[in-house]
Design a protein around this ligand. Structure first.
Ligand SMILES: [Zn+2]
Length: 135
């Protein structure tokens, strides 16, 4: 789902929920219909707001993917760090330049024995069988 669409949808849901909480009764002059949500305004309004907030969070979460947590590793101490904890990419212990953990053991195979981190097995994609047409 498009993130902007998700945020707009979330704001609409929250706004509608808030509207029900604040004005549970309203008259639709166009359709000559009188709405009264006063008895269910609390559950209905809060559910709508919660759904809306979730949509907004979903929209912003996709955006923040560029700020993803990366694991860095010190080639000297062989110690892993989060990139958030070390913005200067320098080891707090020995001031060595940190390297991305991704592909680190491929670049330094000699360090592989000291810390056993087998690569996570990737799920194999099952081949999609083509649709069969009968007749
Ligand atoms: Zn270090």
């Amino acid at each position: 789902m498009n993130k902007i669409f998700s945020i707009i949808l979330g704001i609409s849901f929250s706004g509608f929920g808030l509207g029900i909480l604040l004005h549970p009764k309203f008259y639709d002059s166009k359709h000559d219909y009188y709405y009264d949500f006063s008895e269910i305004k609390l559950p209905l309004g809060s559910i709508l707001i919660v759904i809306g907030v979730l949509f907004v969070l979903l929209g912003f979460r996709k955006k923040s993917k560029e700020y993803e947590i990366k694991v860095l590793i010190c080639p000297t101490c062989n110690e892993p760090f989060n990139n958030i904890d070390v913005p200067d990419r320098q080891c707090p212990n020995c001031k060595s330049d940190l390297e991305d953990l991704e592909g680190f053991y491929e670049r330094h195979p000699e360090l592989k024995s000291s810390r056993d981190t087998p690569p996570s097995p990737r799920a194999k994609k099952l081949p999609i069988s083509p649709l069969r047409r009968n007749g």
